[in-house]
Ligand binder design. Structure first.
Ligand code: SF4
Length: 66
C-alpha cells in the first residue's frame, strides 16, 4: 500500500511526489529539457524509468532528507 503522503503544491505540483523523493534524479538534455528519472527502475521493473507525471501515488516514495 502506498504511504499516506500529500502531493506537493505550487511549482512541484506538475511533478508530484517525485519532486520530493530521494529516488528521483534530474536528467538534462542538450536542448534544455529536464526529465525526471526514477532510480528505483534500475533494480525494480515495476517502476518506469521516466514516470508519467505528475505521480500522485507511489509505493516506493521516500522523502528526501532536508
Ligand atoms: S520511487 Fe516513486 S515517487 Fe520516487 S522517484 Fe520513483 S516514481 Fe517518483
Amino acid at each position: 500500500m502506498a504511504p499516506d503522503v500529500q502531493p506537493p503544491s505550487g511549482q512541484s505540483a506538475a511533478i508530484g511526489l517525485c519532486a520530493s523523493c530521494q529516488h528521483r534524479r534530474e536528467v538534462h538534455n542538450t536542448r534544455g529539457s529536464v526529465f525526471h528519472l526514477c532510480e528505483r527502475s534500475r533494480e525494480d521493473p515495476a517502476y518506469p524509468r521516466y514516470p508519467r507525471l505528475p505521480v500522485l501515488r507511489c509505493a516506493g516514495y521516500e522523502r528526501t532528507a532536508r
